[in-house]
Design a protein around this ligand. Structure first.
Ligand code: MN
Length: 232
């Protein structure tokens, strides 16, 4: 009996689920969707009876691949299990050029920040890429020191309400979905408002071996309060 020979399992010219069911089980005029068939007792019975896995409508596949000693269902479960393990971060280039990076631990940042700030590094590009991307979470009142980025910076707010301010008194209040660009060499600070959390993606490029960030003094309480009042 050939797996793909429908006649051999008694269903000549199968094009409709009705042909697979005993006449006594049919309701005239009704069709049955794939999901119902896959879960039905008729499918299970046919699978037991014929030794083939009768999955989707009209299919008739062997229960195990010819080259594999492992039944198909078990092989697929084993594959999924492997994908959940450590192997999934180290596929060979030949098998799959994609690379699933491990989730980085959250680190509390103290230097150059005021208040409680938590960072998850996401990406540091390898030469020739200079890309540096981090997810930065600021608790209410937390913010960076004054600083600038050699090649500018893009901030994209993923949650909460934040502020970004420059020396000339410009203050932008930013919310979820907002993106703010700070030009190369422009001194600025950014962080949460005094009353809200704020989380943003920080994206910029380094220069050579440096991250290209030039840090200055802390933002004073007066500067922070003024930015908060000016943005409301
Ligand atoms: Mn910045």
């Amino acid at each position: 009996m050939q797996p793909d020979d429908h006649r051999s399992v008694g269903w000549p010219g199968i094009t409709n689920i009705k042909n697979k069911l005993p006449a006594s089980e049919l309701l005239h005029g009704f069709t049955i969707c794939h999901k119902v068939w896959r879960r039905s007792k008729f499918r299970a019975a046919k699978t037991r009876e014929t030794g083939f896995n009768h999955g989707p409508l009209g299919s008739c596949q062997p229960r195990r691949a010819a080259h594999s000693p492992v039944p198909i269902g078990i092989a697929r479960r084993q594959q999924r299990h492997r994908m959940r393990g450590s192997d999934r971060t180290t596929p060979t280039a030949k098998e799959n050029p994609l690379e699933l990076k491990p989730v980085t631990p959250t680190a509390k940042r103290d230097e150059k920040f005021t208040g409680d700030v938590y960072v998850n590094p996401i990406c540091k590009g390898e030469d020739p890429s200079r890309m540096i991307v981090s997810l930065v979470r600021f608790t209410p009142g937390a913010h960076t020191y004054w600083h600038s980025h050699a090649l500018g910076q893009i901030l994209h707010v993923t949650d909460g309400i934040g502020l970004v301010a420059t020396c000339d008194g410009t203050v932008i209040q930013m919310r979820q979905g907002d993106t703010v660009y700070t030009p190369p060499g422009e001194d600025h600070w950014h962080g949460a408002t005094a009353t809200n959390m704020m989380c943003h993606l920080s994206m910029f490029e380094g220069i050579g071996d440096s991250d290209g960030v030039t840090w200055h003094k802390p933002v004073t309480d007066d500067e922070y309060l003024a930015a908060n009042s000016g943005s409301s």
